[in-house]
Design a binder for this molecule. Sequence first.
Ligand code: ZN
Ligand code: ZN
Length: 426
Amino acid sequence: MAEISAPRGVRDILPDESWKWAHVFRTIGETARNFGYSEVHLPIFEHTELFARGIGDTTDVVEKEMYTFTDKGGRSITLRPEATASMVRSYLEHRMDILPQPVKMWCTGPMFRYERPQKGRYRQFWQVDFESLGSPHPYADVEIIALSLEAFRRLGLTSLEVVINSVGCPACRPAYRKELSDYFASRSEELCGTCRDRLERNPLRILDCKREGCRKVTEDAPDVLGSLCEECREHFDSVRSGLDSLGAAYHIDKRLVRGLDYYTKTAYEVLSGALGSQNAVCGGGRYDNLAEAIGGPPVPGVGFAAGVDRIVMVMEQEGCSFGPEPLIDVFGVALDEPSRTELFRLVDALRRAGISADMDYGKRSMKAQMKSASSRKARFACIIGESEVAAGTVVVKNLQDGEQREIPVSDAPLDIRTQLLSTRKG
Ligand SMILES: [Zn+2]
Ligand SMILES: [Zn+2]
């Protein structure tokens, strides 16, 4: 046992899982390319101010969940709890406004939040994050929704369903906010303590309280769609008709809100799984006032983020394929010590020919080495002993059908490659 273990709420992604992650990243990366999104790599820490302004300092994330520290230069630094603010900061810093708009970028990496660890929730968690910056057009929203749907479809998730709503804009939201807070005030005795605190500060957030009592009260809450201004209404209608034209099924959920002022118009989530056990696999929406919130000029934007830990978990629950498991092609078996040098040379030649090959270096019996070959699920064993060294040959044993042939050792890379290709095709 190691004396030092990983801190609470973080974990290692080990080989039995990491190959699944690689499949998820590859699939999402291909989808991104098909939709014209370029990958960027952003810093893991930023000035604390970016998140305080770009997420909102009354949110749980900023109030309670950030990993913030003072660096040796006396600056307040925060490990990123999400990627959108960094993405917009990068757009502004690199003057991407002079490029053709929208600028479409995605990134992936670990995010950090000090939350209570529970199943599927970690303090270091991975997200993929997509942002389309610079276009106010409703089709930018539709594109983002279609992209997320397509990525999840390619990953094999089923019963995908889009839930959308509009959260309005600074022109129409204050009236809705007032209407909502009057409504909740009239039923405040039914709300939980947290929601009573939210009455003044942020009544929209009461809509996504998970408590039974609060959910019951929200059922009759005024609908945001009834108070949209003309611009927001038109935008929402265009998003809906855009989704219709792509044949994407969706339904409207008036509880889907974002409590912060820079979120505007479209809010959406993608759900997967049979009814009753539906999982949100991504969330996103439009944030036309975020760039200004962090001190830039107005830049319209829309995007989504999805948790990779969660995607993998849902894929496992649904029995999705992660593609072929990366198995080894060849395991080398030496029958005695002097043969091991010859075997080592062969394994090296196989690797350089693009064949996955391995062997072990301990003095182990042939039986033990063959056992390793089968536990590594190798396709072939290459066996070399005294007589093979003398003859310049190797015994190639097909571990699937048991057939074995002795061939010149110099022919082995090409021979094995040919066999691997022919069986892969079949
Ligand atoms: Zn509006
Ligand atoms: Zn509540």
